[in-house]
Design a protein around this ligand. Structure first.
Ligand SMILES: NC(=O)c1ccc[n+]([C@@H]2O[C@H](COP(=O)([O-])OP(=O)(O)OC[C@H]3O[C@@H](n4cnc5c(N)ncnc54)[C@H](O)[C@@H]3O)[C@@H](O)[C@H]2O)c1
Length: 277
């Protein structure tokens, strides 16, 4: 059976866990070759072991590389690593942070602001920049870049994380502009806008603070957090040729959260199981 990403070369940032790991697994299942990158070497080793356990046979290659997305030379070198494979086809700019010391306009320090912007915005820009250079170098006539933003860039929250929210708004804007600028080259750019998820990024931050959790859970139409695999399925679609006419989209995968006013009562819907850790 031919996979939906057969023959495509993909690079995933923040691939050591959460959305990045689930996406790597689904991409391999769909026939892609994947370069998994992350700032955490130990995290990548654990994730690769998980990938081999879940997808023991696959037609594509899978490799890992330590990359800090806020360092342009590291991003450029990682994308170039795919040249001998035939060149990059799909870039998933997914790495991001949400710092515990991020707060409202007064609370957020300049250090946290700059750190967040360097990873969440500059990192995405570096990825896009070197993806375009690679697509041209390798004479690609169709390619896809998916940048992870967030639904917090679409709606306001009374629990502010100003640097994070601003960074994700910047991701939406830069993605939209690149999508239009490169449309006639066949290079598509879309933003993924996840709702709050059951991944370490948010769950470690919420911990067992019931009030903090309730403040969010009351707004979920489905009554539950999203799962990483539910985002990963959307990324596979956006990376594949099935989405050839989907460009410049704020691709919202949120269980209806950003369209809800009063939420339903009753038990939560059943969540799908993630394939990785
Ligand atoms: N979890 C949520 O509720 C949620 C909601 C909306 C958007 N998002 C976004 O989804 C993306 C993935 O988040 P996740 O929930 O899978 O979180 P996660 O924490 O499980 O994964 C993020 C990964 O990024 C890596 N990373 C951090 N800084 C890096 C850097 N400088 N260079 C390279 N890698 C780095 C981490 O090591 C980690 O493996 C992020 O951009 C996040 O902002 C998450």
């Amino acid at each position: 059976m031919v996979g939906r990403l057969e023959g495509k070369n993909a690079l995933v940032t923040g691939a050591a866990g959460g959305i990045g790991l689930e996406t790597t697994i689904l991409m391999l299942r769909e026939g892609a070759s994947v370069l998994m990158t992350d700032i955490s070497d130990a995290g990548l080793s654990r994730a690769l072991a998980e990938v081999h356990a879940v997808v023991p046979t696959h037609s594509g290659k899978v490799q890992t590389r330590v990359v800090d997305v806020s360092k342009e030379s590291e991003v450029e070198a990682a994308i170039s690593q795919l040249d001998p494979w035939g060149g990059l086809d799909v870039l998933f700019n997914n790495a991001g942070i949400m710092h515990a010391d991020d707060g409202d306009a007064e609370q957020t320090s300049e250090r946290i602001w700059d750190l967040t912007m360097n990873i969440n915005v500059k990192g995405v820009w570096y990825g896009c920049k070197h993806a375009v250079k690679s697509f041209r170098r390798n004479a690609k006539t169709k390619a896809s870049v998916i940048n992870t933003a967030s639904m917090v860039a679409l709606v306001g929250a009374a629990t502010p994380q100003l640097a994070y929210t601003a960074s994700k708004g910047a991701v939406l804007a830069l993605t939209r502009e690149l999508a239009i600028a490169h449309a006639r080259e066949g290079f598509r750019f879309n933003s993924l806008c996840p709702a709050p998820l059951n991944t370490p990024l948010l769950q470690d931050w919420l911990g067992d603070d019931k009030e903090k959790r309730f403040r969010r859970e009351i707004h979920f139409p489905t009554g539950r957090f999203g799962e990483a695999i539910e985002q990963a399925h959307a990324v596979v679609f956006l990376g594949s040729d099935e989405s050839s006419f989907v460009n410049a989209a704020d691709f919202v995968v949120d269980g209806g959260l950003t369209k809800a006013y009063v939420t339903p009562e009753g038990p939560a819907t059943e969540a799908p199981r993630n394939l990785g850790v």
